[in-house]
Design a binder for this molecule. Structure first.
Ligand SMILES: [Zn+2]
Length: 106
């Protein structure tokens, strides 16, 4: 019980970190904001100035090449699907050929 109280005390202490009333947020679009925060500097990829929801423009800020990577993956998936289809089509043709041969033998 005493140990549990000790842990609780430490957790409570961690809820109050150092506070910076003049912290700066820097966005990928170049906007900077000054706010109160527990961290001195914050970097964001989207802010109210460049987010499509606020700006009304469809704009992709691809700082981590996420879109490119997704498109790459999507293209790969498409190719694999087509490959499977071709294989299945081949098998179907072979089956049809075998069946036609059987019919011809009879
Ligand atoms: Zn921004």
């Amino acid at each position: 019980m005493l140990h549990f109280r000790h842990v609780k005390y430490h957790m409570k202490k961690d809820i109050h970190p150092e506070y910076y009333p003049q912290a700066t947020i820097t966005c990928a679009c170049g906007q900077t904001y000054t706010i109160g925060s527990t961290v001195k500097k914050i970097s964001v990829e989207l802010c109210a100035a460049c987010h499509p929801f606020y700006s009304g423009k469809q704009k992709i800020i691809d700082t981590a090449r996420r879109v490119e990577k997704y498109q790459e993956r999507a293209t790969k998936k498409e190719t694999t699907a087509t490959g499977k289809k071709t294989k299945r089509a081949k098998r179907a043709t072979q089956k049809a050929e075998k069946q036609s041969k059987k019919v011809a033998e009879k």
